[in-house]
Design a protein around this ligand. Structure first.
Ligand code: FAD
Length: 384
């Protein structure tokens, strides 16, 4: 058996939490450090209900720790996309063949479920309110801020996984090493989350088993179903320009724009103005970097090494797939961590780059081409 290691995971998001379960199952001792408080005890993100599309890629990794079916039970299958045109007419395109779907799941619900599963394991310990501020990779020494005491803490790591997301501090330390490749690029679009609440009878106000899209050329809105009958809508909109986050300043501007652009959605969004003016604008970033590891001491995983824009719904799925692939490779490399890390980053990098580029391209397809009659015809022919 591989020698038991003391493993540190930075970041208890979706990827860090799932990774802890895989590593502990292999007999390692895992400590996870998370800058935020325990999400199961605190209302984060202003209590917004955010959902994600979980695909086969993600389910495969959940299967490895035996929770695929439990997650499927609290997820809503979306068998296809439902397009809403400017007159409110609907067009439906199935995603795949009969029975193939992607699933809408609550991000917080899934993250909390992974934490609940790992916490009873004596080999996994969560340390909340600990923020990585600085990392000396050569000495394997991390400096963290303890947000409960306000004090700095030093941590000696044996094996460190950076699962600390798109703005990773672990990656930040790697960027200071020699010949490190790194790029980040932002779209000129941001996103804002809005809500369609449950209908008066408690059911869904739109077709429940679909991902809804209002494609409008230069911008678009999408909606994914939640278990409580509501939909979480995301408006992707330019930051600046004639019609943009910058140009919509008053309730009146907003209502005029929505009535003209998304007329069938307006009656379903009673809290539109409140949501719009109180929810923050999120940015859309692609991060590419290489290598993902430092000697046998540290490895990046998930968004920390490949943050992608959300238009393929594959960011979390790709992060979960990282874990699935890493777990398989652990069998082949039996404790040779440095070569394992090298083989892992070499095998994953082309796929990560591909999904990053496809995600940017799919934005153009979703906001524009899905409304084009030629595209609809092609899709109809393809699905025969
Ligand atoms: P994160 O979820 O970012 O988690 C990182 C964790 O590290 C966080 O808990 C953070 O608090 C912690 N952390 C950060 N810095 C530090 C530090 N210095 N010290 C300690 N802890 C730290 N993906 C899909 O697969 N399907 C979708 O439908 C989908 N939709 C999306 C929609 C939007 C609008 C966006 C923005 C993204 C979407 N994604 C989707 C992508 C998905 O959210 C990410 O790929 C996924 O969250 C990555 O998980 P992660 O654990 O790597 O990073």
């Amino acid at each position: 058996m591989t020698m038991r290691k003391n493993i540190t995971i930075m970041g208890a998001g979706l990827v860090g939490s799932l990774l802890s379960l895989y590593l502990a199952k292999r007999g390692h001792k895992v400590d996870i450090y998370e800058r935020r408080p325990d999400m199961r005890k605190t209302v984060l993100d202003g209590g917004r209900s955010i959902n994600l599309a979980l695909s086969d890629r993600g389910f495969k990794a959940l299967r490895g720790i035996g929770i695929e079916e439990a997650v499927r039970k609290v997820a809503i299958p979306m068998h296809g996309r439902m397009m809403h045109d400017e007159q409110g007419s609907l067009t439906y395109q199935p995603y795949g063949k009969e029975g193939q779907s992607i699933y809408s799941v609550s991000r917080a619900g899934l993250n909390a479920a992974l934490m609940d599963l790992s916490e009873p394991n004596p080999d996994i310990t969560y340390h909340f309110n600990r923020q990585l501020l600085d990392l000396d990779l050569r000495q394997s020494k991390a400096t963290l801020r303890n947000h409960e005491t306000g004090k700095l803490e030093e941590l000696q790591t044996e094996l460190l996984f950076g699962a600390d997301g798109a703005f990773s501090m672990v990656r930040n330390a790697m960027q200071k090493t020699e010949r490190y490749n790194y790029s980040q690029s932002y779209l000129e679009y941001g996103y804002k989350e809005l809500t369609i609440p449950a209908a008066a009878d408690g059911g869904w106000a739109l077709e429940k088993n679909a991902l809804h899209i209002w494609p409008r050329g230069k911008y678009m809105m999408i909606a994914l179903p939640n278990l409580d009958g509501s939909f979480t809508c995301t408006l992707f909109f330019p930051y600046e320009g004639e019609l943009s986050f910058e140009s919509i300043k008053t309730d009146d501007d907003l209502l005029q724009f929505f009535l003209q652009t998304f007329p069938d959605a307006v009656p379903l969004m009673p809290d539109l103005a409140e949501d719009y003016f109180s929810n923050p604008i999120g940015s859309l970033v692609t991060v590419k970097c290489f290598p993902w590891s430092y000697e046998d001491k540290a490895l990046l995983i998930g968004d920390a090494c490949h943050a992608v824009v959300p238009f393929y719904g594959q960011g979390m799925n790709a992060g979960f797939e990282d874990i699935f692939v890493l777990n398989q490779m652990l069998d082949d490399f039996d404790g040779d961590w440095e070569n394992l890390f090298k083989a892992f980053e070499r095998s994953r990098k082309p796929d990560a780059d591909a999904i990053a580029d496809l995600a940017v391209m799919n934005f153009i397809e979703m906001r524009d081409k899905v409304a084009d009659p030629r595209f609809l015809l092609r899709k109809r022919i393809e699905s025969r």
